[in-house]
Write a protein that binds this ligand. Structure first.
Ligand code: NAD
Length: 487
């Protein structure tokens, strides 16, 4: 049983009012430990610590900030096995996924922004007569809030805090209360990495309590948020009057468009992964599979055959491909959608139920079978709302125009995956889908320099590369007369 603490002003502290939340292991339903149920008073302490740290931290050289991030990245590498085990246990994801994706990517996020800040230079503009010089002074915003979700816990936590710290801000971060462990581990190494006290603070607790107090605090000048669309809308509403900078990375209902001329095997293999990786709990997962009519039966049958062979297993088992969904509440939400789909007349091609426990240890875990549904109207809730679990729907299309219409028939606009061997069609469709990301003949391939984010209800703003560094800085235009013309 662990007992997490907040990191405030370089000290690991209990919450001021002593409230605690139980942290549950998804694969077993057992209590893993207690996490602080922090409140506004803890936010106030963290803001005071960050205010004391900001004047000198904001003046440090980029080399110094970069070095802290690199040392922190090295500490992740040194503790990789412990982090991998903790991430898998806390989230329910297969340990092999934490090893191949989550923890290496968390390390890479820190190293990437350690490098990015070295190349992030100001622009200057000089008119032809050289009468003036304009330059852009990019200053850190100040104290910023970074709020992250449970599906890729350390991966998304570091994706936010790294650019914020690289740019010279002081950070008050809040990981999800459902998966707080790896953020807590990282917080214990912040001092060893070289961050002065108060530069990096972590508060644990519920979103509507400590999360809302971070969002509301007038001295916190920017909020970088990744989570659900409803929470994002709530944050946008409650911060509107304060004119905070907001970056909102929200939900998705991502289409995969499978054209008849695709490389069938490659489309099949990757669609299986894009549908069910991390139990379907990645914002970028495909959840609406649109298949050209002529190959619909063959693609459907092959996908169902492969999905039926995925048996959810104990996440600690190295051979497990699908683990537990994150919580009992989330399991019930996903099962609720499956029940609605059945009531709407869907054909359940595979899955549709909870999955038997893989072993005695996991007898009370939260396991759902990979589920494929067909025969649902494009407008129904199952095709419109984000389920965020191992559940996909299949829909046939007859033409490129219809495929694009179906893909865009969503309030969300995060990512689309396009499968075709026709080069012109691939680019044409990519330009027509209303999403922030379009993958052609691949999925989840990321280059950290590229802009990352969604359109429509999937969010506002972009993360990644210089986009993130721009978000975490305030550009000031400075204009200097050279004395060579008008004043
Ligand atoms: P959530 O919105 O419930 O919570 C996200 C975070 O916000 C948590 O830390 C939570 O405690 C906090 N929070 C909740 N209410 C808050 C409030 N009023 N003020 C401040 N903070 C608050 O989301 P979740 O269930 O943790 O995550 C799943 C969602 O995240 C899905 O919708 C998924 O698509 C989305 N997501 C999006 C991306 C992306 O990059 N677009 C990436 C991963 C996950």
């Amino acid at each position: 049983m662990f007992h997490l603490k907040n990191l405030i002003g370089g000290e690991l502290l209990d919450p001021k009012d002593g409230g605690w939340i139980e942290n549950i292991e998804p694969a077993t339903g057992d209590v893993l430990g207690q996490i602080p149920r922090s409140q506004a008073a803890d936010v106030e302490l963290a803001v005071q610590a960050a205010s004391r740290a900001f004047p000198s931290w904001s003046q440090t050289s980029f080399e110094e900030r970069s070095a802290c991030l690199r040392r922190w990245g090295a500490l992740i590498a040194n503790h990789a096995e412990a982090l991998i085990a903790a991430e898998s246990q806390d989230n329910g994801k297969p340990v092999s996924l934490a090893r191949s994706v989550d923890i290496p990517r968390a390390q890479k996020n820190l190293e990437f922004f350690a490098g990015a800040i070295e190349h992030f230079a100001s622009e200057a503009h000089i008119p032809a007569d050289a009468s003036h010089i304009h330059y852009t002074h990019r200053k850190p915003v100040g104290i910023v809030g970074c709020i992250s979700p449970w599906n890729l816990p350390l991966y998304l936590f570091t994706w936010k805090i790294a650019p914020a710290l690289a740019a010279g801000n002081c950070v008050i971060a809040k990981p999800s209360e459902i998966t707080p462990v790896t953020a807590w581990m990282l917080s214990q190494w912040a001092t060893e990495a070289g961050f002065p006290e108060g530069v990096f603070n972590v508060l644990h607790g519920y979103g509507h309590e400590v999360g809302q107090a971070i969002v509301d605090h007038p001295q916190i000048k920017a909020i970088s948020f990744t989570g659900g669309t409803q929470t994002g809308a709530h944050i946008a509403r409650t911060t509107a009057g304060q004119f905070k900078k907001l970056s909102l990375e929200l939900g998705g209902k991502n289409p995969a468009l499978v054209f008849a001329d695709c490389n069938f095997d490659s489309a099949l293999r990757t669609t299986l992964r894009s549908s069910f990786a991390n139990q379907g709990q990645i914002c970028l997962c495909s959840s609406r599979i649109l298949i050209e009519e002529s190959i619909y039966p063959a693609f459907r049958d092959a996908l169902v055959e492969k999905a039926s062979r995925i048996i959810p297993g104990d996440p600690t088992d190295e051979t497990t491909k699908m683990g537990a969904v994150v919580s009992a509440a989330h399991r019930d939400k996903v099962l609720g959608y499956i029940q609605t789909a059945k009531e709407l007349g869907a054909t359940v091609l595979c899955g549709g139920e909870t999955s038997p426990a893989p072993n005695e240890r996991c007898a009370n875990g939260f396991f759902i079978q990979p589920t494929i549904l067909e025969g649902l109207d494009a407008q129904c809730s199952i095709n419109q709302e984000e389920i965020f679990g191992p559940v996909i729907t299949l829909q046939p299309f007859r033409s490129e125009t219809e495929a694009v219409q179906l893909a865009n028939n969503s309030s969300y606009g995060l990512a689309a995956t396009i499968w075709t061997e026709n080069l012109e069609q691939a680019h044409r469709v990519a330009s027509r889908v209303e999403t922030g990301i379009a993958w052609i003949n691949c999925w989840l391939v990321r280059d950290l320099r590229t802009p990352f984010g969604g359109v429509k209800a999937s969010g506002v703003g972009r993360e990644g590369g210089f986009e993130a560094l721009r978000f975490f800085t305030e550009p000031q235009n400075v204009c200097v007369s050279t004395g060579n013309g008008a004043h």
